[in-house]
Design a protein around this ligand. Structure first.
Ligand SMILES: C[S@@+](CC[C@H](N)C(=O)[O-])C[C@H]1O[C@@H](n2cnc3c(N)ncnc32)[C@H](O)[C@@H]1O
Length: 278
């Protein structure tokens, strides 16, 4: 890509930020360029400069850019090893620490929740782990994303047989209602989830604090290093003093993270805020 194109791309990203409120300025260029091709094609514009002019008269296009630039691939218990390790390494200690402190709250944040598969998987994992003792806890799973469309779908909690094909019959039977060829997450699981819009890259402080567990999986990979650091700093400050951070198997977190958090599992990228050493 020529220097002129990069300059125009930066102008476009600045415009999308200033007028559309979506900040992709520090996302990795490779993915952005590939994805923007689709919008250029759909709007029959040839260059970024033409596309900026198109935006002048088509403000509805900002939402479409945001939808196009975000990659929403997800799945129930995606990164199955990470979920397995959370159940093995995190839940037993977390639940026993809570019992010792006589604290019945379990506060979790799924920070880029896409269509909800990740936060629903977390809720199901808790239900499986706690069994009847689930009633003794007040579980809140906050699930956020910048895609309003996917948040709408996530709130509905309705999935196709293809979306749920990796789930066992037992999980489907215990946590989903099967109606009209679709699987809908059961009400007692849904009611532990709270979906809302939150842009991880924004300067705003996250609306959640004192969290026991944060999942931030398969989103940092799209950000440049400097922005990754800023996002991780934000997550760090939202954690309880003994909270856990799960980044999943695809991320390569910056080295600075190791100075702040102990690593419980390198492959699943599970970290704890204090008292744990490599
Ligand atoms: C590939 S999906 C990952 C979903 C899930 N965490 C998983 O691991 O399966 C990436 C998600 O990050 C969201 N996303 C991208 N940039 C974001 C931002 N700045 N703030 C919040 N969510 C963002 C996208 O909309 C998309 O739903």
């Amino acid at each position: 890509m020529s220097a002129v194109d990069i300059k125009e791309l930066n102008l476009l990203l600045e415009r999308v930020y200033r007028e559309g409120g979506y900040d992709f300025r520090d996302y990795r260029h490779g993915t952005l360029i590939r994805r923007l091709e689709k919008r250029l094609h759909a709007t029959r514009t040839r260059t970024y400069r033409d596309y900026i002019q198109f935006l002048d008269t088509h403000p509805e296009e900002y939402e479409k850019i945001a939808e196009c630039l975000t990659i929403k691939v997800s799945g129930f218990f995606r990164n199955s090893y990470a979920f397995q390790q959370v159940a093995r390494l995190v839940f037993p200690d977390l639940v026993s620490e809570k019992r010792n402190r006589q604290d019945q709250s379990l506060r979790v944040w799924s920070a880029a929740c896409a269509r909800g598969e990740e936060p629903y998987s977390i809720a199901i994992l808790f239900a499986e782990f706690l069994g009847h003792q689930r009633q003794g806890f007040n579980i809140s799973i906050y699930a956020t994303d910048i895609s309003r469309q996917t948040l709408k779908e996530a709130r509905a909690g309705i999935y196709s047989p293809k979306d749920t094909e990796g789930l066992s019959d037992m999980i489907l039977e215990n946590y989903f209602n099967h109606t009209n060829g679709h699987y809908e997450v059961m009400a007692d699981i849904k009611e532990t989830l709270h979906f809302s819009y939150f842009d991880l890259t924004s300067m705003a402080r996250p609306p959640f604090t004192n969290l026991d567990l944060i999942f931030c999986c398969n989103v940092l990979i799209y950000l440049q290093k400097q922005l990754q650091e800023r996002v991780l700093d934000k997550l760090y400050h939202s954690l309880h003093s003994q909270g856990y951070l799960i980044l999943g198997e695809s991320e390569t977190p910056p080295n600075s993270l190791h100075a702040k958090l102990g690593c419980l599992d390198r492959k699943a990228r599970i970290y704890k805020k204090v008292g744990v050493h490599l």
